[in-house]
Design a protein around this ligand. Sequence first.
Ligand code: GAR
Length: 199
Amino acid sequence: MNIAVLCSGNGSNFQAIADSLKSGKIKGKVALMVCDNPKAFALTRAKKAGIKTALIERKNFKTTRDFEAEIIKSLEKEKIELICLAGFMRIMGAEFVRRFRNKILNIHPALLPSFKGAHGIKDALDYGVKVTGVTVHFVDDKMDHGPIILQEALEVKNDDTQDSLGQRIHKIEHKLYPEAIKLFVEKRLKIEGRRVKIK
Ligand code: GAR
């Protein structure tokens, strides 16, 4: 199965996905990394891993629709069957989501539906929760909203900072995302309304 990862920044999840697919445990291949930010470290990682990249910047298009159409074109060219958003800091439009219905996954650094948005780790810490975690879910047309595939919780410690909590969250992310991808590739995920049954 040809998989694309979409990134905007560091790309540590992209790296974890690429590494785990390379090991052969998942019958899939990262055929493309799409990035919307020329300064993203994810681009350096992809180059090093020998993975094809498409740098597609919003500023080069008149409308968001045109920008997304270009992304769709690059995904279709590589015959992508699964799209993994990994720190891709944009909400994809309804057309994009419809085109790849139930074929887009996202990872979020909190236990959804808590702490949606771009600052899941900071928001959980500021709120004072004792438990937070990681969610991998299907993408629908609302932000951080689609049916949940996997979640893992972790405790917030007394002396946690955004950095220390973030490090433990990322460690979980790097394990949980490849697990969810494996389930998808093996066609073991069945969506029933909001629930995802794992076969
Ligand atoms: C990850 O922690 C991911 O959960 C988060 O961005 C980070 C990207 O890190 N995504 C969101 O907050 C989405 N709402 P990475 O670039 O090192 O993979």
